[in-house]
Design a binder for this molecule. Structure first.
Ligand code: SF4
Ligand code: SF4
Length: 131
């Protein structure tokens, strides 16, 4: 049974989840050329006047990208730290366009699944709104 006690994460379970999409996700992460074209089709990025934390590629590279880079060896604070990127900063609307076909919402959705597997969920405290 996964060890998802309050302040711990199950790194083996995280690594297993990452491996299940290893080829697909690594390929996608490696193909992104950081061109920023997807940003202009993200209404949240546009509404936040170019705040990079709302740029589609930034959200993935700084959440799932780090998980892959660290092979899942992260702690609970890492997941707490990416909650805003993968929940507050993206509504999975699938409007972001990437000329080379990178599916940003699919990767963000996968990252959310990993978070949930470790007992990390979005905040619903009436804090910062999307717009
Ligand atoms: S448009 Fe595609 S290649 Fe360009 S930054 Fe966005 S995800 Fe990366
Ligand atoms: S799926 Fe997320 S990143 Fe893509 S346009 Fe919608 S809010 Fe922006």
């Amino acid at each position: 049974m996964p060890d998802v006690e309050k302040n711990t994460v199950d790194t083996a379970a995280i690594a297993t989840m990452l491996q299940s999409k290893d080829a697909e996700m690594k390929r996608i992460l490696n193909y992104c050329v950081r061109c920023g074209i997807c940003a202009e089709s993200c209404f949240l990025y546009m509404a936040h006047k170019g705040d990079p934390q709302y740029m589609p590629s930034y959200k993935v590279i700084n959440s799932l990208g780090i998980l892959y880079k660290k092979k899942g060896n992260v702690d609970k604070s890492f997941f707490e730290g990416i909650k805003g990127l993968v929940w507050r900063n993206c509504v999975l609307c699938h409007r972001c366009y990437c000329p080379i076909g990178i599916d940003i919402p699919r990767m963000i959705d996968f990252t959310r699944s990993i978070c949930r597997s470790q007992g990390v969920y979005p905040d619903h405290d009436g804090g910062e709104s999307w717009l």
